[in-house]
Design a protein around this ligand. Structure first.
Ligand code: F6P
Ligand code: MN
Length: 307
């Protein structure tokens, strides 16, 4: 059987410093996973969005920040769990934006959650076109890592054949252009009637199967592998949706578009979206090119009652 390719070997073809940063993130998985059973129930407080922060969210955020700072490669860290960005080292090459534990409401039910990381050379806010690399980790029954440093989208799996390294699982991933699954977040009765109609057409016209896990990383992984459609749309209560442009949408949009899929914010591709507020939320829509083209003709943006 052919020798397995480790992530250490695979990143050799990318920029040296970027490779080191990606390997640092990969190297945190064992410590992070080992911490899960010890921090399942605790609440640490609320974050800058007023959302509940699980003890695990806070621990993972601190842990990743410390490890990133220790590389000497990171200038600044923006995180969903940091009130202010963390200034690390003025002359370091990279700026990181992250959601340290995406999908943390899945902790208590033992459903998937993960980590999302975007790596920039410029400081934020900039559009996603400026991402030097993106990666996400999915802590499901197995741990996988997908990275994209501008030379394809590659997936690795940890702990294969009894060793702790990440081994190549899928190289140069492509989003299947036909068939697949769909997942939609938020409250259907709060969407625009037009988007609700589009959602129905995913079943009736396009024959997609419903698969929704409630963690963006998990739902994203389903459509990256199987094709189809995922959205956390604009709604009457939350016209800007729930997910964050810089910590979640942009890094994943790079991966998805580089794998041949399409993204949409309600007015443009998520990679082109510009905004001065680094904490901004955005409606998000990920799908095959065909489905996103159809979506562009649909009124997706909802308004608060009375506005
Ligand atoms: O980061 C926000 C998040 O946890 C996503 O992973 C997920 O898509 C979404 O929230 C689910 O939120 P809700 O259960 O409130 O619809
Ligand atoms: Mn999240």
């Amino acid at each position: 059987m052919a020798q397995e390719v480790t992530i250490e070997e695979h990143v050799q073809h990318i920029d040296d410093e970027l490779a080191r940063l990606i390997l640092t993130v990969a190297g945190m998985s064992v410590d992070i996973r080992n911490e899960f059973p010890h921090r399942l129930m605790g609440i640490a407080g609320t974050n800058k969005y007023g959302e509940v922060v699980a003890e695990l969210d806070a621990w993972v955020n601190d842990y990743i920040c410390k490890k990133l700072a220790a590389t000497g490669l990171v200038r600044k860290i923006y995180s969903e769990e940091l009130v202010q960005p963390m200034l690390v080292k003025e002359d370091a090459p990279f700026v990181v934006a992250m959601d340290p534990l995406d999908g943390s409401s899945n902790i208590v039910t033992n459903n998937p959650f993960g980590t999302i990381i975007g790596i920039y050379r410029k400081d934020l806010p900039v559009s996603g076109d400026n991402l030097a690399a993106s990666l996400y980790k999915l802590y499901g029954p197995i741990t996988t890592l997908v990275y994209d440093a501008g030379k394809g989208v590659h997936e690795f799996v940890k702990h294969r054949k009894g060793h702790a390294k990440y081994c190549l699982l899928n190289e140069n991933m492509r989003v299947p252009s036909e068939g697949g699954v769909f997942g939609l977040g938020g409250e259907p009765l709060d969407w625009t009637p037009e988007f609700l109609g589009f959602a129905k057409s995913l079943v009736k016209v396009h024959g997609l199967k419903l698969r929704y896990c409630g963690a963006f990383v998990g739902d994203f992984s389903q459509i990256l592998h199987k094709g189809g459609f995922f959205a956390y749309p604009s709604s009457v209560k939350s016209p800007k949706g729930k997910l964050r442009l810089f910590y979640e949408a942009q890094p994943m949009a790079k991966i998805f578009e580089d794998a041949g899929g399409a993204t949409w914010s309600g007015s443009e591709s998520l990679l082109q979206t510009k905004c001065d507020d680094v904490n901004v939320r955005t409606p998000l829509y990920f799908g095959s090119k065909e489905l996103v083209e159809l979506l562009k003709g649909v009124k997706t943006v909802a308004h608060k009652d009375g506005e």
